[in-house]
Design a protein around this ligand. Structure first.
Ligand code: G6P
Length: 611
């Protein structure tokens, strides 16, 4: 959702801004623009649609200058159009903004009454007018004007502001929306996310809510809104720029599906204690006493992360025997839930910035619960507000539809459950060793499954690419995988799909089944196997086209299915890591065959910072 980049340095800024925006494309957007300080003026270029259009506008009318701000907009206030695209200007002031200004109606009325000429439908333009007004009233220059304007704004924002009259300077401020600074010797950068800045610097500073920073070439001076100086230590980010490139794959999604063995390996590294059958828990940030005294766990998440959280409940209950609830963060917040001291909230979020998850976790914390974040982006908002953070190490995930972040979340949830189970005495030595051993083998198994099933899944995708509806059924640990299979397909190929608990099929979705409906049945050999096989037969009896995802050598699956996609026999806790892989591939291939925008599906955003 909305991407911001900014650059103050010595190089020509337009290509740097465009490159940064391209690296933020995955966040989702529908228009884009840049403002550049050029020859004592601020020159503007904006375009609706993909960045290519902005690039063309800049080719037709090049703008040269060494300080600039850029933006990709995901429409909230006002439709996607050039006039609504950022940057917005008022007098000497140019502004880009990510977030929502909640008091925009009152602000608009006040500004118009005082003579501002508002031309767009956006809340951001009002910010530009307000800063301009403060600039006219005061004598402290842009920094002071931004500071005074911010006092009148309610809501979420990451802002970057420039003035024609203050060359070589960008003012940025943050409240709830993400903003990262990048420091180099001869330049300072800002961006909504790490990948935008990676090719230029690895030295990053994460701003806190309520921070304002003045960026000049090679420096960033950070203060609180009231002017008090603060130190925010810089962090070296170990993601390489190459990790955020396609490496010969047609799409990021396909690359990221293939990267999962590596992502899991990185996520497990240094955390498995194979000798003792335990997890090295120092990063988890909870004490042994905490582990023993936790009363209940609440898993909070949205979207794909919610499916990982649903799987996490099985792990926590069966391995650590702790009562666990899974909640959609958007439903949990504001519901007045019964939660407090002794409860642990695990907020699961690849971006670490999803607003609903952030607010839900904050509400739980205010009531006395401890919060543990499972996130992929170091220093992002959710880990920052949490008591502890247990990071996944998937590397940058660029495809909007989450794949490698999902399986690394499963890995962290399983590791956490083992750690907890050991401390609570619910997981014995032999079981623990077996689990840890299998976890260690997971990267190889995942690699075999991706490589070994790819061709078959592509053939299945070719056969069913025009199916109007697709069903995914699973039980137990594979029920969330059925939901995830359906979500992936919806997200990237726009095909209607339903994920169902296999036992629920006869309470509704069975009515959908006929010879035109492909039904994926997830049925690894586990404690639910026999019942799932029964459901497969029910689907078959209604002429459904059954594609089984089953354990190697499962004759029954072969006897009743059109296709069987095989996975190796593993401990049942590990099966979801494998069953989900062909589902991700299926969604990808159908989308590719249909020619959709796989990495940036319509209407979706990678980081959802609105409610
Ligand atoms: C968006 C993304 C999904 C993601 C969800 C939750 O909808 O497109 O891929 O699962 O947000 O995001 P989070 O960053 O909290 O995991």
């Amino acid at each position: 959702m909305c991407g911001i980049v900014g650059y103050v340095g010595t190089e020509n800024t337009a290509p740097i801004l465009l490159d940064g925006l391209r690296r933020l494309e995955y966040r989702g957007y529908d228009s884009a623009g840049v403002a550049i300080q050029s020859g004592g003026e601020i020159a503007l270029a904006r375009a609706v649609g993909k960045l290519r259009n902005l690039e063309r506008a800049l080719e037709a009318n090049p703008i040269r200058g060494t300080t600039g701000i850029g933006h990709t907009r995901w429409a909230t206030h006002g439709r996607p159009s050039e006039v609504n695209a950022h940057p917005h200007l008022s007098g000497p002031v140019a502004v880009v903004h990510n977030g929502i200004i909640e008091n925009h109606l009152a602000l608009r009325a006040r500004l118009v009454e005082r003579g501002a000429k508002v031309v767009s439908d956006t809340d951001t333009e009002l910010v530009a007018h307000l800063i301009h007004e403060k600039l006219r009233e005061g004598h402290g220059g842009l920094e002071d004007a931004v500071r005074r304007a911010l006092r009148e704004l309610h809501g979420a924002y990451a802002l970057a502001v420039m003035s024609r009259d203050e060359p070589g300077r960008i003012i940025v401020a943050k409240a709830s929306s993400p903003l990262v600074l990048g420091l180099a010797d001869d330049a300072t950068y800002c961006g909504s996310d790490i990948p935008a800045l990676l090719p230029y610097t690895r030295r990053m500073v994460f701003l806190e809510d309520g921070d304002l920073a003045v960026l000049e070439r090679g420096t960033a001076r950070i203060t609180r809104l009231d002017g008090t100086p603060v130190e925010r230590p810089s962090k070296e980010i170990d993601w390489s720029p190459v990790m955020a490139e396609k490496a010969g794959f047609k799409h990021f999604m396909l690359k990221e599906i293939h990267e999962q063995p590596r992502a899991i390996e990185d996520t497990l590294r240094g955390r498995l204690d194979r000798e003792r059958g335990d997890i090295h828990g120092h990063e988890i940030g909870l004490s042994e006493d905490d582990a023993r005294s936790i009363r209940r766990v609440f898993l909070l998440a949205c979207g794909t992360s919610h499916h990982a959280a649903m799987t996490g409940r099985y792990y926590l209950e069966s391995i650590a025997r702790v009562p666990t609830t899974v909640e959609l963060a958007s439903e949990f917040r504001g519901r007045d839930p019964v939660i407090g001291e002794g409860d642990l909230v695990i907020a699961v979020s690849q971006s670490g910035e999803t607003l609903d998850t952030l607010v839900a976790a904050r509400e739980a914390k205010e009531r006395g619960a401890k919060v543990l974040a499972i996130a992929n982006v170091i220093g992002s908002a959710i880990p920052r507000m949490s008591d502890a953070a247990f990071y996944t190490h998937a590397g940058p995930e660029i495809g909007v539809a989450s794949t490698k972040c999902f399986t690394t979340q499963l890995a962290n949830l399983l590791m956490f459950s083992i750690w907890l189970g050991r401390r609570r005495g619910t997981l014995g030595d032999a079981d623990a060793r077996a689990l840890v051993e299998q976890l260690a083998r997971l990267p190889i198994l995942m690699k075999d499954v991706v490589g070994g099933t790819r061709q078959l899944v592509m053939n299945v995708a070719k056969r069913y690419r025009d199916a109007r509806d697709v069903l995914f059924l699973g039980r137990g640990l594979n029920f969330p995988m059925a939901l995830e299979g359906a979500l992936k397909l919806k997200e990237v190929s726009y095909v209607h799909a339903e994920g169902y608990a296999a036992g629920e099929m006869k309470h509704g979705p069975i009515a959908l089944i006929d010879s035109a409906v492909p039904v994926f049945v997830l049925m690894p050999k586990d404690r639910w196997y026999d019942r799932t096989l029964g459901n497969l037969q029910e689907a078959k009896a209604r002429e459904g086209q059954v594609i089984a995802i089953a354990t190697e050598g499962d004759e029954s699956a072969h006897a009743v299915s059109e296709d069987v996609i095989e996975i190796p026999l593993v401990h049942e806790a590990l099966a979801p890591f494998l069953t989900v892989l062909p589902l991700q591939l299926y969604a990808y291939y159908v989308a590719d065959l249909k020619g959709t925008d796989v990495d940036q599906p319509r209407n979706l955003a990678k980081t959802v910072t609105v409610e």
